[in-house]
Design a protein around this ligand. Structure first.
Ligand SMILES: [Zn+2]
Length: 507
């Protein structure tokens, strides 16, 4: 995400932050779930531990438990320190097939989700906010369900064993309501406008429009079919594999994403758009969705996409997905967002043209390596997204002759406090420090280790954690391994010191 103005926001200590303060990023899911269990009113199922000795403490590894072991509170958390309600435990989402019909008064939808049980389960959770759920089946059998805030609690007709792959079909409908969530600079999730719809979910909005395991640690592939009335176009991530128009003029746009995607990066847009398809470098399809009424001028401004993609490929390696493009919506929005393969921009943002618009395009495209290919394993690691995207932005601007990291180091404190990078709360996730101290920290590393070692560190990060999620500590492990002790110490001070360190001089 790129904010138009990095105004300092007020840190508000809320209940969730107590959990954050009690957990370090290296904490296991078990210790996090202990924290969340404590706030639950649901009892943890008791089990009789087999004991082979009267002198040793009982262990759970002696025999495989026959009964499901996760409590309701544990099933309902993905283990995020800042947002315990995001995601779920006990299963791994493999594929989503989402069918959206926008031809009626409200959205009518079916989500078919292939999941794999990672534990024995007699019940399991998905995340869904609002909407009316009409029916659920698990492997074709009707399954009762309950709703509790963002938890959709499903009771399969027969228990699932660890390792079982199973298919859940959720039929649901309604008008998705965006979350008025302080985590974002804007209401999050599915947005309905007079001209159509779009999606801006980071970090918590995906559950406003589809049921899923809503945490970046659980990526999956997606097929999204969108049926819209005559005269309306529908865009989504990946490739447009078919476009079928029925006798009533309604058209179903079928989009497929073969590369795994985090839920917060999944998007749909419907409205007065022209969808382009052009060959780009290295077989990447360049696919924009631009306002039809301004197609010529917007596409002229977006001609910079290919040179920016080439510049980035030179630095970070092959573009990780099949297709890339920009969605321009008619509204003025206070940010741009790196929705996977279809970055979201207000058309007025593109209208700035020239270097400024290009710089923000660099930022959103850089996220496709930093954030989309390798995602934050905890939302408090978001500086790994924003720091690298900001670094790419300024590295590109320096090459164009108008940006300067040393000037940025001087100016950064005027944009807000520049405290430790992992000290963020649900309401300060997008604070200026995450961008500027994060980006300057990356530049400090480059200046300290030199370009060759820096490139090696970046490549190790992108290959080791590709299509997955990783933490700040995972990044530090790579810096230690490849950059050595001095680099590791420097990076730790940039991440954790109370004050932002000085930027080392250029080598
Ligand atoms: Zn960003």
């Amino acid at each position: 995400m790129h904010l138009r103005s990095a105004a300092p926001s007020i840190a508000v200590a809320i209940g969730v932050f107590v959990i954050a303060a009690a957990c370090t990023p290296g904490d296991s899911l078990d210790s996090i779930s202990t924290a969340t269990t404590a706030t639950s009113t649901t009892e943890v199922p008791t089990t009789t531990e087999p004991s082979t000795s009267t002198t040793e403490a009982p262990t759970t590894t002696d025999t495989e438990p026959a009964a499901p072991q996760l409590s309701a509170a544990e099933l309902g958390t993905g283990g995020d320190v800042l947002f315990p309600g995001l995601g779920n435990r006990g299963h791994d989402a493999l594929h989503y097939s989402i069918d959206l019909d926008l031809t009626g008064e409200e959205l009518a939808a079916t989500a078919t989700i292939t999941l794999q049980a990672t534990e024995a389960l007699d019940t399991f959770h998905l995340d869904l906010v609002g909407m009316t759920v009409d029916a659920i089946t698990v492997d074709g059998e009707p399954a009762p369900f309950e709703r509790d805030e963002r938890e959709l609690i499903i009771f399969p007709s027969s228990p699932l064993a660890a390792g079982d792959e199973f298919e859940v079909v959720v039929a649901y409908r309604g008008t998705p309501a965006p979350l008025d969530d302080a985590a974002g600079p804007f209401a999050l999730g599915w947005q309905t406008r007079p001209w159509g719809t779009f999606v801006a979910s980071e970090p918590t909005g995906a559950a406003t429009w589809f049921p899923g395991n809503d945490h970046p640690t659980d990526k999956a592939t997606f097929d999204i079919d969108i049926t819209v009335p005559e005269g309306v176009a529908a865009a989504a991530p990946g490739r447009l594999v078919a476009q079928d128009t029925g006798p009533d003029g309604a058209t179903t746009y079928r989009w497929a994403s073969e590369h795994p995607m985090a839920t917060y990066l999944v998007s749909v847009a419907t409205g007065p758009f022209s969808i382009t398809s052009d060959p780009g470098p290295d077989g990447v399809e360049i696919r924009h969705a631009v306002l039809t009424s301004r197609e010529v001028e917007l596409l002229a401004d977006l001609e910079s996409t290919i040179p920016i993609l080439e510049w980035m490929t030179d630095r970070f390696g092959p573009y990780p997905f099949d297709t890339y493009g920009v969605l321009t919506i008619p509204d003025s929005i206070p940010f741009a967002l790196e929705n996977q393969t279809l970055s979201l921009f207000g058309a007025d943002f593109i209208d700035f043209g020239g270097d400024f618009a290009d710089q923000i395009e660099v930022h959103e495209l850089a996220h496709h390596w930093f954030g989309n290919l390798v995602s934050p394993a905890q939302w408090q690691d978001i500086w790994l997204n924003e720091g690298f995207a900001t670094w790419a932005e300024y590295a590109w601007a320096e090459e164009q002759g108008f940006g300067d990291f040393d000037e940025l180091a001087t100016e950064a404190p005027f944009f807000g406090e520049m405290g430790p990078l992992r000290e963020v709360t649900p309401t300060t996730l997008f604070d200026a420090k995450v961008y500027f101290r994060g980006g300057l920290g990356v530049e400090a590393l480059r200046r300290t280790v030199g370009d060759a070692v820096f490139d090696e560190i970046v490549q190790a990060w992108l290959t080791r954690h590709a299509d997955s999620a990783a933490t700040t500590d995972d990044f530090l492990t790579i810096v230690d391994e490849i950059g050595g002790d001095e680099a590791g110490a420097l990076m730790r001070s940039w991440i954790d010191d109370p004050e932002m360190p000085p930027l080392p001089p250029r080598p």
